[in-house]
Design a protein around this ligand. Structure first.
Ligand SMILES: [Zn+2]
Ligand SMILES: [Zn+2]
Length: 829
């Protein structure tokens, strides 16, 4: 972004810098000497001195205003001319015109032009340059046509001006059509025209044509620089360097543009050595503190070296302007060196450089990275004071801060207050919602964006897919998939990776595999998505074979890959494989195990009954073991009825999170397994500790619509049929041997009520709804926010048999595929 800004600036500057050289006036300035006494008079006696002035004296005075940057004195001279009723000649009127153009007073210049009794080519060129400089391209083009129509001379000034104009209008191909006329009128040997033609061809990407022009003209430093720039801008970095060495052999000294282009070439060649030698050249030619060279050096060091080298280059530029400051701050924020970015921003403000939209958006990125709401708010105030809140870059960066800090109110305020929202604004809010687990809101916004015709990007699609995956929205995943197929993103890796992950998370591992198979290229994220997909579906062997294939294709596994692999092993109880993978991860891949890796291993050891090994591993964890680890071991203790160790685990969890309801339930199950009746103890603990009961919620999708069910709440419009179905299921599975397990109910109520409460668990309500409303034979997919309760698990197994249906349930840990009375988790989760 900053570089793009630099570039547009550079083009503008190049045009301006070229102006003095190409200025038509310079060639037409009279050789006549100015009367010395008149000039002195003007300085010494002020305005009255003009009394004696003729056109040439005015011309001289106006030229000195241009050179000295004195717009007010120039205007005063014009006033004086008007007051005296004096009539300037064409030469002097052109200088006056040039004066107005130089100080960007184009409307005054145009008025003067219209009032001129006669005009020549110089008048036209002057005004065309003025309009071009201010972006009034239509006026500039109209004037160019008028110049031609009125029969003025088409000399090299006209052609260079026209070529520059078309480059500025982003229509270089129009400029390149002028080449024929240039040759016909014999200007093709002129080096001014040649330099402009090289630039035109460079913008069209026609490097060979540019070289043709270069070879046929007399070369000065501008022409050489033009050609070097053409090579470096058109991915011919090597040729740029070769041409530069030829230029040095000719004895020419590079200027700041030559050096800037060469530094760009070093970046394309990723050559730090080349970059350093160009740095040496710029030191020798005293350009190292030039702001353009300084900026290019920063860019080169940041991309080829490390950021500290860039910082040294930054420190070397004596008066850094806002672009360089912003660039450096942006670099720090992008490399996640946030305190450096914040520090630099403070220093920038202290050194009286006014921050612009780029500085603000970069410093806000740093605030978002560290999730510092307070600091973000302070920058927000600063932005408001300066009046940059309506700037789209700044507003988007601010929204990102608020989204990352979960401040939804401020996020909405900025989003709805933004008059012109672009795709980034929409994406920021959608991504924010997904991160805050507000999938429904994210999808609502996605639909809104679609309805009003904002072009969705890869970020939009992948975020919407992630939102679907957090709910049970498999049909929505399919719908978004078909939308994607109609866009250029159908082969995009980011979107395809999200499709793989979402299909897997929504319970359709077959489609996930299909999308993976159709992808042209697989990056590490694609492989990880498939491995994790297999892991949550308890397809451990498939996960391992995908890992083998990935290694064969030369993709290096990372920490996420091993989380997938180890959880696949722990879900399937693949002890040996898990053990050797864990060792290989630390030894062969030098990956430091994270808490997630430890949790998987503890789960695996616990599940296979190797409690000593599990405890040994927990002691080896360098940091304090988290709730996740202890809860995993507690689950294993429950399976193996290891009450003593289970109590230790529960104690550890409750030490860290005293209000964890899930542990209380597990503990109650464990006591029951050890035939201890300690439920009342747990109940009083829960009362004392004020244990928050997170309501169990289950989701099920019917024709693209999500229905949610909360435990104990049967307010669904179809409650009568659901109730009837529950009754029928209860009777059916009792006959198949179902005995309700009251240990999962921690309420102090009678057995009859406990029985009723069990049948009002959210997953059962969702299942009954699915059975009555989904077409027979189709699998029923349910998603639950908490852990699958053990009594529901037992009943689902029986229901899959008596109803002859495939039931797929995703709880907070994994998938359970029930078919014909068996669950894919083998009763371990
Ligand atoms: Zn249940
Ligand atoms: Zn299961």
């Amino acid at each position: 972004m900053v570089i793009a800004f630099l570039r547009s600036w550079k083009t503008k500057w190049l045009l301006l810098s070229a102006t003095p050289r190409l200025n038509p006036l310079s060639g037409f300035f009279p050789r006549r000497r100015f009367p010395a006494n008149a000039a002195q008079l003007m300085v010494v006696e002020g305005e009255s001195a003009f009394l004696e002035f003729d056109s040439y004296a005015y011309a001289r005075a106006l030229t000195s205003c241009i050179a000295g940057g004195e717009p007010f004195r120039g205007k005063a001279i014009h006033c004086h001319v008007l007051k005296k009723g004096g009539c300037l000649d064409l030469f002097c009127r052109n200088i006056l015109l040039n004066f107005y153009v130089r100080f960007d007073l184009v409307s005054s210049a145009h008025r003067l032009f219209d009032e001129m009794p006669d005009r020549n080519m110089v008048s036209f060129v002057n005004l065309i340059q003025g309009h071009a400089k201010c972006g009034n391209f239509t006026e500039a083009t109209v004037l160019l046509l008028r110049l031609h129509r009125e029969g003025h001379e088409l000399n090299h000034f006209v052609f260079t001006t026209a070529l520059k104009l078309f480059i500025m209008m982003d229509l270089p191909e129009v400029g390149h059509c002028l080449h024929a006329s240039i040759c016909k009128l014999g200007h093709d040997n002129n080096s001014f025209v040649g330099a402009s033609l090289i630039e035109t061809y460079s913008c069209c990407g026609l490097v060979d044509d540019a070289r043709g022009v270069f070879d046929s003209i007399k070369k000065d430093i501008v022409v050489w620089t033009g050609m070097v720039t053409c090579y470096s801008e058109n991915e011919c970095a090597y040729e740029a360097v070769l041409l530069f060495s030829e230029m040095m052999k000719e004895g020419l000294k590079p200027n700041n543009y030559t050096l800037t282009s060469l530094l760009k070439a070093s970046v394309s060649l990723s050559s730090l050595d080349l970059g350093k030698s160009i740095h040496g050249c710029s030191v020798k030619s005293m350009y190292e503190s030039d702001e353009y060279v300084g900026g290019a050096l920063l860019d080169m060091y940041a991309k080829c070296g490390d950021i500290e080298d860039a910082r040294l280059a930054f420190n070397m530029v004596p008066d850094c302007d806002v672009i360089l400051w912003s660039f450096m701050i942006a670099r720090y924020a992008q490399s996640d060196k946030n305190s450096e970015a914040l520090d630099l921003f403070q220093r920038m403000v202290k050194s009286s450089v006014a921050p612009n939209e780029y500085s603000f958006s970069s410093v806000l990125q740093a605030c978002a990275n560290i999730g510092d709401l307070d600091l973000g708010g302070q920058v927000h105030c600063h932005v408001m004071k300066i009046g940059l809140l309506s700037d789209i870059f700044v507003a988007n960066a601010l929204m990102d801060v608020y989204a990352k800090c979960s401040d939804l109110e401020s996020l909405h305020k900025i989003f709805h207050g933004l008059y012109h929202k672009n795709d980034v604004s929409w994406n920021t809010v959608i991504v924010g919602y997904v991160q805050l687990d507000l999938g429904d809101d994210a999808l609502r916004l996605f639909k809104q964006m679609w309805d009003i015709g904002i072009q969705a990007t890869q970020v939009t699609y992948s975020s919407a897919l992630r939102a679907c995956a957090s709910g049970a929205a498999i049909e929505l995943v399919g719908q978004i998939h078909s939308l994607v197929m109609k866009t250029p993103f159908k082969d995009d890796n980011v979107v395809s990776n999200s499709l793989v992950a979402s299909y897997a998370k929504c319970g359709n591992i077959k489609y996930a595999c299909k999308v993976f198979g159709l992808m042209k290229e697989h990056d590490i994220i694609s492989w990880n998505a498939l491995i994790s997909g297999y892991a949550i579906h308890s397809l451990g062997t498939d996960a391992l074979s995908v890992f083998r294939k990935m290694t064969e294709e030369g993709i290096k596994a990372n920490g996420v890959t091993f989380v997938g692999l180890l959880s696949a092993c722990s879900n399937m109880g693949l002890l040996d494989e898990g053990r050797s993978l864990f060792n290989s991860m630390t030894e062969d891949y030098s990956i430091e195990p994270s808490m997630e890796h430890y949790t998987c291993m503890v789960k695996l050891f616990g599940r296979s009954g190797h409690f000593d090994e599990a405890m040994k591993l927990i002691k080896e964890i360098p940091l304090q073991a988290t709730v996740m680890v202890w809860r995993a071991l507690l689950g294993a203790c429950l399976i193996h009825k290891n009450v003593d160790l289970g109590m230790v685990c529960a104690e550890k969890v409750l030490e860290i999170e005293p209000q964890d309801e899930l542990t209380c339930v597990l503990l109650s199950n464990l006591y029951a397994a050890g035939s201890w009746d300690n439920v009342s103890l747990i109940r009083s603990y829960m009362r004392n500790q004020n244990v928050k009961k997170e309501p169990g919620i289950s989701w099920i999708e019917k024709q693209g619509e999500i229905h949610s069910f909360t435990a104990g709440d049967l307010s669904h419009p179809d409650k009568r049929v659901i109730n009837a179905m529950l009754e029928w299921l209860n009777r059916k599975i009792r006959k198949s041997g179902y005995v309700p397990d009251f240990n999962v109910v921690l309420h102090d109520v009678g057995d009859e009520l406990k029985k009723r409460l069990l049948w009002l668990h959210s997953e059962r309500l969702a299942l009954a709804f699915g059975l009555v409303s989904l077409p027979p034979g189709s699998p029923i997919r349910i998603i639950k926010n908490l852990r699958f309760c053990s009594d529901c698990h037992a009943s689902f197994k029986l229901i899959s048999k008596v109803a002859g249906r495939e039931l797929i349930v995703r709880d907070m840990n994994r998938f359970h595929h029930f078919e014909d009375g068996i669950c894919s988790c083998a009763d371990y989760w």
